[in-house]
Design a protein around this ligand. Structure first.
Ligand SMILES: [Zn+2]
Length: 381
């Protein structure tokens, strides 16, 4: 089976390369913003039309010629993706890009054969820790110490600039062996605020309290930032510190999420979660920052579950989000509406008398719902 996989390296550009990277990021952003405003004026404009417009932009903005032209086309593809998501109601209408927020550009892999010589615009040499990128030529990288080479076809590279550091992510198409599946164990997962994940086996993972440490730090820095004069050296210093704190938070989260998902997948063949409208669920965590952190942590876990299940030929079932998993008694099926109040942590069933932790009760219900939909699907096909 072919899967897409990303490898992210720290990139160490020279001063000149750094300049070119920042210039390319700026040019990609410019093209993206110009095309977005054109699209706003003329909704019929297609990506193909936009790509044809690039040479015209060269006359007006001569500096666009200095950067990797593929990155400018990628900016248009990114816009197209954003618009498609909007049309499918998976996201809001694309916004204009601002400097300092997600500074990055993407470029696609191109292979040419000329006079029997193969030319590739993106190359990676893990032995010598060198990456070759269009226009930038060779640059040093760090990461994946134990990996000797990347087995697969490079699709694209994304170059990021975060808090004065540079990174490059290589997206690769890899062949992974097909795994035979014999579904024998099933687990239900409830995602929440008290514990990130509670399973129907009664195990809790990832108390999001560890996020509090970062939350406090980021909040403190943001407070500091608000007292600085915009654009001053101190202001920029604080901004970098905030980006750095976010990056650390992201790394910590990635590591924890990977561990949780690996553990769950290792022990189970069918994993059932709620198809959450996460935003509506975390209403209680009214503190804006934590809400954002928890929401993106949950989406990250779902994303990991999705691709890992696909790779390992396991089944991920997402049950309807309107399913009243927290109100139904997992023992007798009685519905207890007072459980709508999420402050009640213990499920006490007035009908059968069972007392069970709220999240465990919910995860067992989710598991049952998953088993039902699993068999429905099997008998329909
Ligand atoms: Zn009951």
């Amino acid at each position: 089976m072919l899967v897409n996989r990303a490898y992210k390296f720290r990139l160490y550009p020279s001063v000149k390369q750094e300049e070119l990277i920042n210039k390319t990021i700026g040019c990609s952003r410019l093209v993206y913003n110009i095309m977005l405003s054109k699209k706003k004026n003329n909704s019929k404009l297609t990506s193909f039309d936009m790509i044809k417009e690039i040479p015209k932009l060269y006359n007006e903005y001569q500096f666009l010629k200095e950067v990797d032209s593929c990155s400018l086309r990628c900016a248009i593809f990114d816009l197209e993706n954003g618009l498609n998501k909007y049309y499918k109601k998976q996201g809001g209408y694309p916004k204009f890009k601002k400097k300092g927020i997600k500074d990055s550009y993407r470029t696609n892999y191109i292979k040419n054969t000329y006079k029997d010589k193969i030319y590739e615009n993106i190359k990676i040499d893990l032995k010598n820790k060198i990456i070759t990128l269009p226009k930038l030529k060779e640059a040093k990288i760090k990461g994946y110490r134990h990996l000797e080479c990347i087995n697969g076809r490079i699709i694209n590279a994304t170059i990021e600039h975060i808090a004065n550091k540079y990174y490059v992510s290589i997206c690769v198409e890899e062949e992974i062996p097909n795994v035979k599946s014999n579904a024998s164990s099933v687990v239900g997962i409830d995602m929440g605020i008290k514990s990130l994940i509670t399973t129907s086996e009664g195990i809790s993972y990832g108390n999001p309290n560890y996020l509090k440490k970062y939350e406090r730090k980021i909040k403190g820095l943001q407070k500091g930032l608000s007292r600085k004069i915009k654009g001053s050296n101190n202001y920029n210093k604080y901004k970098r510190k905030i980006q750095e704190a976010y990056r650390k938070l992201q790394n910590a989260r990635r590591k924890t999420n990977e561990e949780i998902v690996s553990k769950i997948i290792k022990d189970n063949d069918i994993i059932v979660t709620e198809d959450l409208n996460i935003n509506s669920m975390i209403k209680v965590a009214n503190k804006f920052l934590r809400k954002n952190i928890i929401n993106s942590t949950m989406s990250d876990i779902i994303r990991r579950l999705k691709y890992k299940c696909e790779w390992l030929n396991k089944k991920l079932i997402q049950v309807n989000r309107y399913y009243a998993s927290s109100q139904i008694c997992s023992s007798c099926g009685n519905k207890n509406k007072i459980m709508k109040d999420i402050k009640i942590r213990e499920y006490k069933c007035p009908k059968c008398g069972i007392e069970i932790e709220r999240d465990i009760n919910a995860s067992i219900n989710i598991m049952y719902e998953g088993i039902i939909s699993y068999y429905k699907e099997r008998y329909q096909n």
